[in-house]
Design a binder for this molecule. Sequence first.
Ligand SMILES: Cc1cc2nc3c(=O)[nH]c(=O)nc-3n(C[C@H](O)[C@H](O)[C@H](O)COP(=O)(O)OP(=O)(O)OC[C@H]3O[C@@H](n4cnc5c(N)ncnc54)[C@H](O)[C@@H]3O)c2cc1C
Length: 413
Amino acid sequence: MRLNSGNTPWRSTLQDPPTYPALENTVHCDCLVVGAGIGGAMASYRLSLNGAKTVLIEKRQVGYGSSHANTGLLQISNDKSLTSCMNTFGQKSGLLFYQLCQAAVRNILDLASKLDIDSQIIPRSSLLYASTPADVSALREEYENLVANGFDSEFWDEERIASVYSFSKPAALYSRSDAEANPYRLVHSLIAKAATNGVRVYEQTEARQYEFTEDGVICHTENGRIIAKKIIFAMGYETQEFKKDHGAKLINTYAVMTKPLKEFPKWHERSLLWETARPYLYFRTTPEGRIIAGGKDEPLTDPERRDIRVISQSQRLLDELEALFPELKGIELEYSWGSVFGSTRDGLPYIGPHPRFPHCYFIEGYGGNGTVYSMIAAELLTDTIAGKNRPELDLFSLTRSAKPSPSQNSVVI
Ligand SMILES: Cc1cc2nc3c(=O)[nH]c(=O)nc-3n(C[C@H](O)[C@H](O)[C@H](O)COP(=O)(O)OP(=O)(O)OC[C@H]3O[C@@H](n4cnc5c(N)ncnc54)[C@H](O)[C@@H]3O)c2cc1C
């Protein structure tokens, strides 16, 4: 699957990234991680802290999948609100999901002091604004539920918003607990640290075939084999080519990054901005003084059509940015890209084992908070592999919306 179109900005932010060899022989390990995006990076890093003998393989280069398109917003609030989660999954489970996201954002913030390559992890406030007056009552209900359950949130009216931003909106939720990061540097930083801790990393090494045995899994690559007791699949949206999830949905989404600005518009604390409309627009700034805008989701097309759509969709994103901040009129874009994006119908990621694949675990951080979900997955799965019971995994069960299917012993992809 070709995941990205146009030009993404992140490669230029890390000169001479670490490189890793291709696998040319047979290796043994406790755990094989397939995929070196943010999911595989976080899992490998956490496994390395537990002392598990780990191998990480990547068919492209490290960080060149969807994580290369990621715009780097790290938020506790999700595409699906706390109110909606509590209505859909019940009060306890809905709240647990939000609490896991809160802990994951804190854990990502903690990484800043533990990793060697600076991943530009910066604490940020967020503003979730009402796209229309009709959204205000739902926003107030969300505020009440967030605050009642101990989350940091303030309800801002139109006047308060206009006093610190260039734009006016009917209402907004302001929170101080979110963050931003450079996703490409974060992936490299985690993997470099994992490698220092003993994880064996191989690039240009595609998992092509698996044999499931009583003791584990044998994974065949073009020129090698990995004999593993456990596997974590962290193949991003390409998991859908290997194991379909009926509750997963793939679309195209778009993003742009401006040239560095000489002066910032009226933008309180350079907060992360997003809105109540679905699909939504979102905006953030970068440490180099640029602005990222994203959204304009549309149905999945073939990549060639997406290559062309990048031009018109990026112009639309620029128009939205200028509408929000009129003082930016005439601002120039430096990067524009369009990518496959996955979400699930019920709004929760898929994380955990699957009955058809013995000894295997999946990280499918589908949704706008994929980085946060990857952190949740890394924590839950590494604990599970170490023999700890993590009942939270029930929330993310891969079979929650699927029909049972017969087991199989060999999968060729
Ligand atoms: C435009 C855009 C903006 C986004 N913005 C945000 C955001 O602001 N915040 C946020 O949290 N999330 C965001 N996301 C979502 C986020 O990018 C994803 O959730 C995240 O990158 C997924 O990471 P991953 O590791 O699961 O997948 P990937 O990054 O795609 O990594 C999977 C890796 O597996 C490798 N692979 C696949 N098959 C094999 C195989 N057979 N053998 C070996 N390797 C294999 C691939 O090459 C790839 O490198 C955004 C997504 C897009 C598209």
